[in-house]
Write a protein that binds this ligand. Structure first.
Ligand code: ATP
Ligand code: ATP
Ligand code: MG
Ligand code: MG
Lengths: 251, 251
C-alpha cells in the first residue's frame, strides 16, 4: 500500500486542492483510494462535499484509538474514493498527543488497522510542522510537496526537507520525497517563471514535470463540494492533475 | 499603546503581506511602530529585508524571558519602524510552552518590558490557532482578520471568531475585532465578488471598506526585502494599503 502525504508548512500553497484532486483522479482510475483529512480546517472534507452534520465519526477519534477506524471511513461521489473526514476537535490533538508515549506513531497504528482495504492513501496536512504533520510523515511511504510559484514559497523548503530527513532517520526509514509540485503557475507573470526555474535549479529531478496552472475553476470547485474532474473536466486545472497522476502511478 | 494582531488559521490569506505593509505605512506616518514576527516561517522578517545572518536575537528568546526584549528589536529601512524578527526555533515554542504556568501570557509579559518605546505594535501570526496565536490574542488590544476572496476562506471564520471570543472571556477582556480585511480581490472573477458580498452580508460593518486587490507588485516586493511603499508606491497594492491605514488610525 502506498501512503502519500501532501506537506508544506507554508499556508495556501495548494495542499488541499492537490490532495482532493489527486485522490479523485486515482479513484477514477479504479484504484481503491482513501483520502485522510488531517487538517482541523477540514477543507478536504468540505472539498469533497461532506459537512459536519453528515458524518458522526472523524479521524480524531480513529487516531486516538477510541473507535475502529473503519467507522470513520465514508464514501464520496467518486467511485473507489473514500474519505476519513476531519472536525475542529482535531486541533486539540496536537496538544493532547504531546505527553503520550509514541506520540508520532498514532496515525501509523490507525492505518495498520485498515488492513488491505485500500491500495493508496492520500493525507492532507495542516500548514505546520507540528505533531499532526509528523504523524503523517511517520505513517507515509512518500511525500508530495506543493510549492506555490511565489517568493515566500521557496524560503520554507530547506526547513521542510530537513524535517523530512529527521523523520526519515528517527521514525520512518522508508519515507521518500515523491516530488515537488509547482502550483498556481501564472504564465503571464515573470515571478512564476522565476520561482519555477529556481526550484528546478535547486531541486532538479525532484520537481514534477507537470506544473499546475492558476485556474479559477480549481478554486470554484470546492464551493460545490466537487473535485475538478466532476466540476469541469475540460478545464486547464483538470488536465494538469490528470497529467500529474501519470507521474505518480507509473512506477 | 495599540497592539494589533493579524490572525487567520487559514494559510496564505495575506497575514504577512498585510502585517508588513500596515507596519511600514504606520512608520511612514511617523508612528513609532514595532512589527513582531510570531511565525516560525519568518516571512515578515525577510519581507523587511532581515535574514538569519544579520541578527542574533529573536522573539523566541525575548518571549521565553531569556533576554531583555529590547535586545531583539532591530531597525528597518523605514524610519520609525522596528522589527522583532523570528527564527525557526520559534516552532519549538509551541511545545515548550504547553507545560508552563501562564503559558498564554508570555508575549504580553514581554511586551510590558518594552514600556513606552512604541505607539503601535503589529503582530504577524502563523496559520494556526495554537499557543503562539493565543499568546498574540492575549497580548493584543485589537485583531485584524485577513480573508482571501476564495471559498475556503469563509469556512474557517466561525471557528476563528469563536476562538477570539474565548480568549476575550478567559484571558483578555479588552480584545476586539478591529476589522475583517478582504484580500487578493480579483475584479475579473465572479468568485471574488461572491465571497466579498457574502462576507459583508454575514459580518456587516466589521468588514473594512478598503479591499486589497490581487496585485503582482505585492508578491514581488518581498523578494527585494521591501514593503510595497518602497518597492512601488504607485501600484494598486500600495494605494489600497494606504487607504486601509486611514480606517485603522482615524480613531
Ligand atoms: N491552481 C490553482 N489555481 C487557482 N486557485 C487555486 C489553485 N490551487 C489552489 N487554489 C486556491 O487557492 C487557495 C489555497 O489553496 P489550498 O487551500 O488548496 O492550499 P493549502 O495549502 O491547502 O492551504 P492551507 O495551508 O490553509 O491548508 C484556495 O482557495 C484554493 O481554492
Ligand atoms: N493582494 C495580493 N496580491 C497578490 N499576491 C498577494 C497579495 N497578498 C499576498 N500575496 C501573495 O500571496 C502569498 C500569500 O500571502 P502571505 O504569505 O502574506 O499570506 P499568509 O496568510 O501570511 O500565509 P501563511 O498562512 O503561510 O502565513 C504570498 O506569496 C504573497 O506574496
Ligand atoms: Mg489545506
Ligand atoms: Mg504569513
Amino acid at each position: 500500500m502506498r501512503i502519500i502525504s501532501l506537506v508544506n508548512q507554508k499556508g495556501g500553497v495548494g495542499k488541499t486542492t492537490s490532495s482532493v484532486n489527486i485522490a479523485a483522479m486515482l479513484g477514477k482510475k479504479s484504484k481503491r483510494t482513501l483520502l485522510i483529512d488531517l487538517d482541523p480546517q477540514a477543507n478536504a472534507t468540505s472539498g469533497l462535499g461532506l459537512y459536519e452534520n453528515n458524518f458522526n465519526r472523524s479521524v480524531y477519534e480513529a487516531m486516538l484509538g477510541n473507535i475502529d477506524p473503519r467507522q470513520a471511513v465514508y464514501p464520496t461521489a467518486i467511485s473507489n474514493l473514500s474519505i476519513m473526514p476531519a472536525t475542529k476537535d482535531l486541533a486539540g490533538a496536537e496538544i493532547e498527543l504531546v505527553s503520550e508515549f509514541n506520540r508520532e506513531h498514532f496515525l501509523k497504528k490507525m492505518i495498520t488497522k485498515l488492513g488491505d482495504d485500500f491500495e493508496i492513501i492520500i493525507i492532507d496536512c495542516p500548514p505546520s510542522l507540528g505533531l499532526l504533520t509528523i504523524n503523517a510523515l511517520t505513517a507515509s511511504t512518500e511525500v508530495i510537496i506543493p510549492v506555490q510559484c511565489e517568493y515566500f514559497a521557496l524560503e520554507g523548503l530547506a526547513r521542510l526537507t530537513q524535517t523530512i530527513d529527521t523523520v526519515k532517520n528517527a521514525l520512518n526509514p522508508e519515507l521518500k520525497i515523491k516530488g515537488v509540485l509547482m502550483t498556481m503557475y501564472d504564465s503571464r507573470l515573470g515571478l512564476s517563471r522565476q520561482v519555477d526555474e529556481e526550484a528546478r535549479q535547486h531541486l532538479g529531478a525532484l520537481v514534477f514535470e507537470t506544473v499546475i496552472p492558476r485556474n479559477v475553476k480549481l478554486s470554484e470547485a470546492p464551493s460545490f463540494g466537487e473535485p475538478i474532474i466532476n466540476y469541469d473536466k475540460k478545464s486547464k486545472g483538470a488536465k494538469a492533475y490528470k497529467n500529474l497522476i501519470k507521474e505518480i502511478i507509473n512506477v
